[in-house]
Design a binder for this molecule. Structure first.
Ligand code: ZN
Length: 279
């Protein structure tokens, strides 16, 4: 770390020691776990436009394409393990330094590292929901059903996106079969918020509550490009809550932040939150 970053980290460490920190994490926190951030500096621009709810529910071919790609992507996302950044956040929570954890990620890696009560703004790819009866199915069980329904599907994923989508040529999709709800035959969808879909109101208000009760809003690995995340920074500023950002590359939260650390999360986060608690 260069001297400037060392000084910034020391300042942030002091804020952590005061407690009352709310973490807001984005894709940049999970890149060290092998899940690429297609918006960030290390991610390549994706070819597929993200799936929308309207296309998913209204276009059977698009839905087949989506499930084929998502099925491949799950092999990467489902096997991803938490990294030092996720472990640091779980440790801060264990030490009582956090007022809450909000994530834009759908990979479940905060919880895998031991964090509790995580507000998953955009849902979690590890759950499948039925759009007709609402029953939730674990992704593992669903993946077994998809594999069984497609014994000859042998396509290999190339680039995997943070939302579990992969690049796949239509030719490889040949005959891919989608499965429906075992209970009611209804349409199944990953329990994630699609592009253009709104985050459920109870989740948003829970996240706003956490921000309102925070001393510091700490943004980790998000460029705050979409309003879905940026609105929490704007709310924090409005309510006099301090804002700190640790992110690789430029973020749109910069004008609002009291502190911005542009450094790899895996280098910075393990150094934080070890000092005695000020309380
Ligand atoms: Zn159902």
């Amino acid at each position: 770390m260069d001297l400037q970053v060392v000084e910034q980290v020391a300042r942030l460490d002091g804020w952590l020691a005061e407690g009352g920190v709310v973490v807001l994490s984005g894709a940049g926190l999970s890149t060290d776990s092998g899940i690429p951030d297609y918006r960030g500096p290390s991610g390549s621009a994706r070819r597929n436009t993200p799936m929308t709810y309207q296309t998913f529910t209204g276009d059977p071919l698009a839905r087949r394409r989506y499930w084929a790609r998502s099925h491949l992507g799950w092999r990467t996302i489902g096997q991803a393990r938490p990294n030092d950044g996720h472990r640091a956040v779980a440790r801060w929570q264990e030490r009582g330094l956090l007022h809450g954890v909000i994530t834009q990620n759908v990979d479940g890696l905060h919880q895998a590292a031991g964090a509790r009560d995580v507000v998953e703004l955009h849902g979690n790819l590890a759950r499948i929901t039925c759009l007709a009866c609402g029953v939730l199915t674990p992704r593992e069980a669903f993946a077994v059903r998809l594999t069984d329904a497609n014994p000859r599907f042998a396509a290999v994923a190339t680039a995997v996106n943070a939302d579990g989508d992969v690049e796949l040529d239509d030719a490889e999709l040949d005959g891919f079969a989608v499965v429906d709800c075992v209970d009611c035959g209804g349409m199944l969808k990953p329990d994630v918020v699609y592009f253009g879909e709104t985050v459920p109101a109870d989740r948003v208000s829970r996240a706003f509550e956490l921000v309102a009760g925070a001393r510091t809003l700490l943004v980790l690995g998000s460029s705050l490009t979409v309003m879905s995340g940026r609105r929490f920074v704007l709310r924090a500023v409005k309510q006099g809550v301090r804002v700190a950002i640790v992110n690789r590359g430029v973020t749109r939260g910069e004008p609002y932040a009291d502190l911005v650390i542009d450094a790899p999360l895996g280098v910075v986060l393990p150094h934080l939150g070890a000092a005695p608690v000020i309380g």
